[in-house]
Design a protein around this ligand. Structure first.
Ligand SMILES: NC(=O)c1ccc[n+]([C@@H]2O[C@H](COP(=O)([O-])OP(=O)(O)OC[C@H]3O[C@@H](n4cnc5c(N)ncnc54)[C@H](O)[C@@H]3O)[C@@H](O)[C@H]2O)c1
Length: 381
């Protein structure tokens, strides 16, 4: 069996078919997926076992969080690191940032109280890469854990008290993605009087609801947490519905802002909207669900383009940007989404594929830029 058969070229974080993981062909696999480097790390004292995957550094240092998870096998952990790091290359590229894609995973029970030594060990390995990889928090890790990483390396973002809560920046980017989708669909980006169903009233859903309300949209919301629904209803006049009813609401736009995988075989037949655009990561359970939205005539703003405000916020910490500058960068998501729609139309492909194409074009363009060497080679002498 070839490595391509083991890991299909998809950006989804869903666990791939690992039935044949015992025969994982590592070098064929990373060559097929385009990775530059995979580092397997071990620290005996803390029991730390980590994998750092650097996918592509054409645009800049590889940025991507650290996931702490109990993987069933080592192969499953490696595959997750490979897929997530490649996803970050695409996400960072379409966000228009000078960042490549990377990701790391730590294998183990993420509820362990033994955090300092594990994350300091991780920090040392991150530091050993000299800035080729910059980490941040992800599933199973917290800002407190990143403080431990920071004891050993400066190549870490998302520290407590640094760039702050990313959700207002993410929400603003999603708002701009919604406006761009409206423009493409109806010829105007005004959301005045449009009905928008938001799934999830968490950090992003809350800020998004407020921004949509200011723009004159009518909102329908749902969350499993009644307090969070109440806050949005009180502040925006939204109508709330049960969580299992939100996806089937008659509306203009559906904004998934809860968990991933929400666009699937069960929910697509229920959708009664013209646009899907929201913050959740990995909204399409499988790529084919993007084709099915297309077939149903629903315009889909690809998730990782719409929610790029999150990574813009991380970048702001590295680059020393103000909140205003981050929001201005998130503003550009409007034009990026329109670009994606243009590529989809020109190339006759679904929008989720067009997003990948936009990322690949930017990376290829930067890779082929003329190389200038301003420094005299013997500068040190
Ligand atoms: N926070 C960011 O800056 C950011 C950046 C990029 C992507 N995202 C993605 O956006 C999504 C939302 O992020 P967040 O920071 O607001 O998370 P959050 O945890 O604050 O909010 C998610 C909300 O969804 C609710 N929820 C869970 N299951 C639900 C269901 N079945 N029906 C309705 N509501 C449900 C939760 O109760 C919670 O209130 C996530 O998928 C996240 O990965 C967030």
């Amino acid at each position: 069996m070839t490595s391509a058969a083991i890991i299909p070229p998809t950006r989804s974080t869903n666990a791939p078919d690992l039935a044949d993981s015992s025969s994982l062909q590592l070098f064929d696999t990373i060559a097929g997926m385009g990775h530059e480097q995979v580092v397997v790390c071990h620290d005996k004292a803390s029991g730390y076992r980590g994998i750092i995957a650097i996918h592509d550094t054409t645009l800049g240092p590889a940025l991507g969080g650290t996931r702490f998870w109990s993987y069933a096998t080592d192969a499953e952990a490696i595959v997750d690191a490979l897929r997530l790091s490649r996803g970050m290359t695409y996400k960072n590229a379409v966000a228009g940032l000078n960042l490549g894609g990377g990701k790391s995973v730590i294998i183990g029970d993420n509820r362990t109280p033994n955090r300092e030594m594990i994350f300091r060990a991780h920090g040392r390995f991150v530091d050993s890469l000299g800035g080729r990889y910059v980490t941040a928090e992800d599933v199973g890790t917290s800002t407190g854990d990143m403080d431990f990483v920071h004891m050993e390396t400066d190549y870490v973002a998302g520290l407590a008290g640094a760039s702050g809560d990313p959700s207002p920046v993410t929400a603003h980017g999603v708002f701009r993605a919604i406006q761009a989708s409206a423009f493409r669909r109806w010829g105007s980006d005004s959301l005045e009087g449009k009905t928008i169903a938001i799934q999830g009233c968490g950090n992003v859903g809350y800020h998004l609801a407020k921004e949509l309300h200011r723009a004159g949209a009518k909102l329908i919301v749902a969350d499993i947490d009644a307090e969070r629904v109440k806050r949005v209803v009180n502040e925006t006049g939204a109508r709330s519905v049960a969580t299992d009813e939100i996806v089937g609401q008659q509306a203009d736009i559906y904004a998934p802002c809860a968990l991933g995988g929400g666009i699937n075989d069960r929910t697509i037949p229920q959708l009664r909207v013209e646009i899907v655009a929201g913050a959740a990561n990995n909204q399409l359970l499988e790529d084919r669900h993007g084709d099915e939205l297309e077939a149903k005539g629903i315009l889909y703003a690809p998730d990782y383009v719409a929610n790029a405000g999150g990574v813009i916020n991380v970048y702001s910490e590295l680059a020393g940007w103000s909140r205003e500058r981050s929001l201005r960068k998130a503003d550009e998501i409007y034009h990026t989404v329109l670009n994606v729609f243009d590529i989809a139309k020109q190339d006759g492909i679904p929008t989720y594929q067009a997003a990948d194409r936009l990322a690949e074009r930017r990376i290829a363009a930067v890779r082929s830029m003329v190389k200038t060497w301003p420094q005299w080679p013997n500068k040190a002498s």
